[in-house]
Ligand binder design. Structure first.
Ligand code: TNX
Length: 547
């Protein structure tokens, strides 16, 4: 009987398996006859430098439902009945972060060019196994991993997701969970939007009021009425200890956290905490942490005290985040206060700046030099080039292609993060359909179905192969005005994150939406098993044809 049940389960898993649920699609994959039996006897044998990758794989396998595999360092010459071997081979003929995965009856071998490559190979193994909570884990039959050989590496070095915790605060545990799912998709940059008009979320020891005052607001617009107030206090922030923990957690998963500290605009929460760093010489000056969305007039004053403050803040930020890139925002900085402020006007005169856009570029240039003195690189939203762009600045392009073309023509690096293709705060199904489910399904607007994300090509803006090299990669944005908690963030992020992963990883010539859509079903089983609150897209065409 047991035997019968086991084979019935195997049959279902074969039938429901369909195409191998690997997202992003590997660069090359050859399947073969046969399979590897993953069983409670399967252990992980690892090269000494891969202890982290071995431990994470063992823990992740246990989360799925397996008995926690033994992990054995390679130099321990004990005989194992069944093993997954993790190898590091820096001389392998693979690009950075590349790996080779061989699954055969006799065993599984992951060979990485580096530790990141090995980690990505282990992500592929996890995707090929039944999802968490799948009944297959409960029977006595081994899990069958299909025999195959994969050679794989990423198209871009920057495969990012931005999360806005300024508009709504997400506790550290939720952020770690989000990072887990980024790792599952082989994404590697978590851009943490830590400050905005509506909240400052990072503890800065030298300026405690940033979180005493700036982390809290008195009201927010409720779902369904963006021009009104719920009169509920909202806020929160990360202590430096919590930040260190999240940074280490991400780093173990080969994810770099790029922190963003917004300047000169989107700074009302900071200026409400320390009004002396705003344009306090203008009439009607009364900064406060903002309670409505949109663009607000409060921007930092271009004076020496403010630069000292920002440099102190960035010094603490650099100590917490090892990332080479530090994001300084730079978007949507209205120039009205600088036009009114005698101090700002004097600075323009002193520095020979023609207009307020040039003043912003001068401002950003100073901060860029400071970051360089700390061996870091400045990255900012595309407005940082409006009054001239420093050679060393990297631009994150969120508006249209012309800004990317302009920066590329100057020889600057860019990361493509366009609002037309990669803003996951936009609706993924028609707004009427979403809102029919309840006002909590409200999004900022727009319409970005998963097909459109998938079709995006970050290098379409490059005019020459040389320019293409300056496109570091691509990133999707989760602005959170309309995402009050992580459940809503998840709903907006998944499964569009899967499409982003394939845009950022898979060679252009290998991309095919129908094929992706059929693999997505298996990946969504993992979402379901992992209790992710994802948006189920319309059934895949392949499934529809079965009926
Ligand atoms: C524009 S994109 C912003 C954000 C908003 C977003 C909403 C960018 C650099 N600035 O402040 O949250 O639109 O989609």
């Amino acid at each position: 009987m047991k035997h019968l049940i086991a084979s019935a389960a195997m049959l279902t898993s074969l039938v429901s398996a369909g195409p191998l649920p690997l997202i992003p699609l590997p660069v090359t994959m050859k399947t073969a006859e046969g399979s590897f039996d993953f069983s409670p006897d399967t252990a992980i044998r690892f090269d000494r430098s891969l202890q982290n990758e071995a431990d994470l794989l063992a823990a992740d396998l246990q989360t799925l439902g397996a008995a926690k595999p033994k992990t054995v360092p390679a130099e321990q010459k004990i005989l194992l009945p069944s093993e997954i071997r993790l190898l590091l081979d820096a001389s392998a003929d693979l690009p950075a972060s590349g790996y080779k995965l061989v699954i055969a009856e006799g065993g599984v071998v992951v060979t990485g060019k580096d530790a990141a490559g090995v980690y990505y190979g282990t992500r592929s193994i996890l995707q090929l196994l039944p999802a968490e909570g799948d009944p297959a884990w409960k029977d006595d039959a081994p899990e069958k991993l299909p025999a195959l050989e994969i050679i794989d590496y990423p198209r871009f070095a920057w495969r990012g997701m931005m999360l806005d915790v300024g508009r709504h605060f997400n506790p550290p545990g939720d952020v770690k969970h989000f990072i887990d799912w980024m790792a599952f998709h082989k994404l590697n940059v978590f851009h943490w939007h830590l400050t905005d008009d509506q909240g400052w979320r990072i503890e800065i020891k030298k300026y405690p009021k940033l979180t005493e005052t700036g982390a809290w607001r008195d009201s927010s617009p409720p779902y369904g009425n963006r021009n009104s107030d719920d009169h509920q206090r909202h806020g929160g922030f990360y202590t430096q200890e919590e930040i260190k923990e999240v940074v280490a957690y991400a780093s173990a998963r080969h994810i770099t956290i790029v922190p963003e500290i917004e300047m000169p605009g989107h700074a009302a929460a900071a200026i409400a905490s320390y009004p002396e760093f705003g344009n306090s010489d203008i009439s009607g000056y009364a900064p406060r942490v903002q309670t409505r969305w949109g663009v607000h007039p409060y921007i930092f004053a271009p004076k020496e005290e403010t630069f000292r403050f920002l440099e102190d803040v960035l010094t603490e930020v650099c100590a917490l985040f090892p990332s080479k890139f530090i994001h300084i925002g730079g978007d949507e900085a209205p120039k009205g206060q600088w036009e009114q402020s005698p101090t700002a006007q004097q600075v323009m005169k002193r520095e020979g700046l023609k207009n307020e856009e040039e003043l912003q570029s001068w401002f950003v240039g100073r901060i860029g030099k400071f970051l360089e003195s700390k061996d870091r690189r400045l990255i900012g939203w595309d407005e940082i080039q409006e009054g001239g762009l420093s050679k060393t600045a990297t631009m994150m392009v969120w508006r249209d292609a012309k800004w990317a073309k302009h920066a590329l023509a100057l020889g600057n690096d860019v990361v493509m993060a366009t609002n037309s293709d990669l803003y996951f705060d936009h609706y993924q199904a028609p707004a009427t359909a979403e809102l029919a489910k309840g006002s909590e399904y409200e999004a900022i607007g727009g319409y970005l179905p998963i097909e459109k994300v998938y079709a995006y090509n970050p290098t379409s803006v490059a005019e020459t192969p040389e320019q293409e090299k300056h496109i570091l990669g691509t990133q999707a944005q989760l602005w959170a005005e309309y995402s009050k908690d992580m459940k809503k963030v998840e709903y907006m992020a998944f499964p569009r994150m899967a499409a982003l992963a394939e845009v950022a990883w898979t060679p252009l010539a290998r991309k095919n939406f129908d094929d992706f859509r059929s693999r997505l079903d298996g990946v969504m089983n993992h979402y379901e098993g992992g209790h992710l609150n994802f948006a189920r897209p319309t059934p895949s065409p392949a499934k529809g044809a079965d009926k």
